[in-house]
Design a protein. Sequence first.
Length: 515
Amino acid sequence: MMKLRYIIPMFIAAVAMLAGCSDDDKKSYLSDVQVSQSYVAIAAGEEGDAATTEFQAEITVTASGNWEFKNVPDWLTVSPASGEAGQHTVVFKALKTTESRTANLKLACNGQEQEINVMQMAKKTEVPLSTCAQIIAADDGKTYRAKGAVKSIANTTYGNWYLQDETGEIYIYGTLDKNGAEKNFLSLGIEVGDIVTVEGPKTTYNGTVELVNVTVIAIEKSLIKVDSLDIKNNTLAKEGGEFHAVLENKGNGLNIIIPDEAKDWLLVSGISISGTESVVTMRALPNEGGARQTTVAFTTTNGGKTYTTETTISQEGSIIECPVSDFLAAEVGTSQYRLTGVITSLYTSDKQGKSFYVRDYSGEVLVYRAEGFIEAGAKVGDVVTVVGQRGAYKNTPQMVSGTFEELKYAVTEVTLDEFLTKADNPNVYYKVTGTIDEIANETYGNLYLKSGNTRLYVYGCYPGWGATGDARKNLLSTLGIAVGDELTVIGVKSTYKDTPQVNGGLYLSHKKTGE
């Protein structure tokens, strides 16, 4: 089977070569330059040949004037590569290779160009089987073959999944279908627990060892799988309770593995077996913290082999309300977090327009595609509340699976002159921009903004929403903000001793003098 798989491409290449030769007489005949054949096949060498062994093929060139070859790659030698009018024998030489390669050369003469296709088709040898541990320790860029159980499937379009054997696990990033096409993983029928043999090149991405766009060599269906779980979306209410996992088990015996970190809240309370059907009764305790999740494994044996299937079980929890800094420090997971802050910018790469950055006094984070954001009509500068999970992209934290919960304050952008005409109101926020004319208190950020002939007092320039106590101090010195810089803040209008002011200004952005 393996040999046939690699013979077919070589056969197709040979057919293409013959077809090209027959077409030359009709389509590729030029008046000033002709060749005996426009497809050249060079041997690649056998397994026992030395790496320095050179192989060659030749053609005849007939030209009416000076001629030369163009686009000659480094791996190929053409001799002679140029000449005068007349008939010449041209030799193509290449060293032994284990990788197939092709070149499209141009033979130029008197302004005419004849194409010459050179091929060196290597014979493929079957890649030996390696364990996960061996692949992890091996070099990137080489092709490896691995056999193991499907531990979990991350993406059913491209075929991203985890392969596990007794030595470790590797990530499969992309799985080709039977015809070598991408994005058709479901056609293979691979399920969690199946024993699969794959082959593909190794790479390491952010510390994760991957085989990329693998070819599936063999699939051995698992003798055990989870048929159903009687909880919606595999998620329990935070109150807990009993539920059932129904399994199809064609092996001998049944073992249930609950991870150590979940044993204090998830229990097995009963097992019922009838033929190939097993019903496992489990119980979850009430959850008083954030949302939690675990993966339960079910194993069976047959003929000395162990077969495994898994299911992920989640339990709802309370929403954790916290500053952005705590969210950034949290682990990636399904716990729900509530953040309140100011929208500082929109994520321009998001075609759906649902992503934005939110900042409070402690930090800033990307909220990736929050449902309800567009409908709320929120914009940069508005104070908003969002709820979602702690995720990450390329090790960068972000909020995912989020919901736009509230447009807390819609902020109106006004000039300094317009701000001075507004009524005092602690619940109406404005965004103003001006040049810093004077700093009255650097610790708390009391300063004067100026635009034209108008001067406005800002009573406090704080790092962001939610700042209290010492968290309000030293923003100007921390960011290097000085007199002459352009500053944008949001805040409410108030009056103190007949002097209008921005009360408790929240820093949004600034530009240094000359920027």
